[in-house]
Each structure stands twice: as C-alpha cells, then as structure tokens.
Design a protein around this ligand. Structure first.
Ligand code: SF4
Length: 280
C-alpha cells in the first residue's frame, strides 16, 4: 500500500503559537492559568494541557485572578472589557492569531466606512462570534452564497471567516456583484487554510481512500473532509488512529492522509503506523 501525506497536514502557525504560549505560561506558574473554551479544537491536546495545569472555563467571569491565555480565535469585545476592568488581577497572554486580528481590522474599516457587511462563516463559531461583537453584530452572516437575499444593495463589504473555502468565497463575490452598486471584498481566508485545502483536494484525486484527521468540532478539519469527499467518496474523518477500521482498506492501493490545523504530528504518525501494520 502506498501512503501519501499532505505536506501541510497538522498544526498551523496560529495553533502552534497558541500552544507554545500556553506551555510557556504554565512553565512559569501552574496556578490559576486559564483558557476561555478549549485552546484548540482537539480534545487530546486539550486534555494533555489540562494535565499540565491549564484550566478551561466557559465564561471570562469565572476568572477572578490569575492568567488567561487567549486562544487563536480571539475574544469578544465584552470579554475584553471585563478583562480591562479586572486590571492587574488577571494578566493576559494574547495568542490571537494574526490572521484573525487582520480580519478584525478589515471589519472595522468596512463598518467605519458605512458598508453593509456580509460575512461568510458559521455564526456559532467562536471566531465569528468574537469578531462580530466588535461591530455590534451588524452583519449578515451566511454559510453559502445561495443564502444571500436577492435584492438591490448600495455599498456592500464582503469578508470571510479565516477557515472557509476560497471557492465558496469566490462564488459569494459572483452572487453579490450584480446585486450591488459598490462591492468591496477583503479576502480574510488565511493562507494556511487555502494551501491545506488545495493540497487535500489534489491528494484526494490521486488516491483510493482519504483519511482526514482531526477534532470532530474543528471547523477547518470538517471543511477538509468536505473537500476530499467531493473528490472521493471513500473519505473518512477520524479523530485518532483508534477510529480506523481494517475493513476500510480491503483492496485499497493508495491512501492519502491530511490533518486539520489542530492535529498534532504524533497523531499522523500513529495513523501511518496502523497502515504499515496492515501488512499489505
Ligand atoms: S487556521 Fe489560519 S487563522 Fe486559524 S489559527 Fe491557523 S493560521 Fe490562524
């Protein structure tokens, strides 16, 4: 059996940075070190960091003193205000991904210049909820271009969640263009996502079976699985090698592996080991 691994599979820049900052913070003090929600969308990495002392809280108000490591999705305006009020009682280590910060800057430009904002993304994702809070949620959030209401608009600003598919973003531009007098587009899909998705698509075209490795709630992993499935029906989204079944590989000659931005390299190695042990 031939095994192909996508070049950029595994941790992205933003996730690596967040984990390193969390570890660095824990090495200074394990006391009262928090993240707001899981630091990344991978339960195994979260559990590992919890063992080292990192506590996950659901609300910023649960933190009365200590250190908060802000995860790569960033935080909302209200959460930021709470932390400002807490002053020196809560110190902040900001691991917001620079791509998310850039998206916020673009959103604020659109808001300031009076554009009606259309935001391609999942309204329940923490990155989207966080960013939109800075513009008082004044945006139309949509998941596919077909959901954009067909009417006439004057000034429209189009922007995207960092992990959306470039192809869907492009179709959103095409849908909006004939409807608007003016359309301003900021492509805020992060570079890592674009490359990873392109590689996954290419790989799915040349193998018999694709494995997409990563957390079931990870938005970027789910997108990778969707993209691979469009090319290859035999695509499996798994969280770890333990989810693999021998029966999937009967008669399979070429296997492709890709992994979401929050999947550690070791998990990929475990999948490779499983495949090698199939003895085919
Ligand atoms: S997927 Fe992109 S935006 Fe999200 S953390 Fe990674 S590098 Fe940053």
């Amino acid at each position: 059996m031939e095994i192909y691994i996508a070049r950029s599979a595994g941790f992205c820049y933003g996730v690596k940075r967040a984990i390193n900052l969390a570890k660095k913070t824990l090495s200074k003090s394990k006391e009262n070190c928090f993240t707001l929600g899981p630091i990344i969308h991978n339960p195994f990495v979260v559990e590992e960091l919890e063992k080292q002392g990192l506590k996950v809280v659901d609300s910023v108000k649960d933190i009365k003193k200590g250190t908060l490591v802000i995860r790569s999705h960033g935080i909302s305006k209200q959460e930021k205000e709470y932390l400002d009020k807490m002053g020196r009682k809560v110190s902040v280590v900001d691991a917001t991904c620079p791509f998310v910060e850039k998206a916020l800057a673009m959103l604020e430009i659109l808001k300031k210049e009076g554009y009606e904002i259309f935001y391609l993304g999942d309204k329940n994702h923490p990155e989207v909820r966080g960013l939109l809070s800075y513009i008082n949620n004044q945006a139309v959030v949509f998941e596919k271009p077909e959901d954009i209401p067909e009417k006439k608009y004057k000034k429209v600003g189009l922007i995207s969640q960092t992990t959306q598919k470039p192809e869907v973003f492009k179709r959103s531009v095409e849908k909006l263009l004939p409807l608007c007098e003016e359309l301003r587009v900021f492509n805020t899909i992060c570079k890592t996502t674009t490359i990873r998705q392109r590689e996954a698509k290419d790989l799915a075209k040349k193998v018999d079976l694709m494995i997409v490795l990563g957390g079931k709630i990870s938005a970027n992993t789910k997108k990778l699985a969707e993209i691979c499935r469009e090319e290859l029906e035999k695509t499996y989204h798994i969280e770890t090698a333990k989810d693999l079944k021998k029966s999937w590989f009967k008669g399979v000659k070429k296997v492709g592996i890709t992994a979401g931005a929050s999947t550690p390299r070791e998990h990929i190695k475990e999948v490779v080991e499983f495949l090698k042990n199939l003895g085919e």
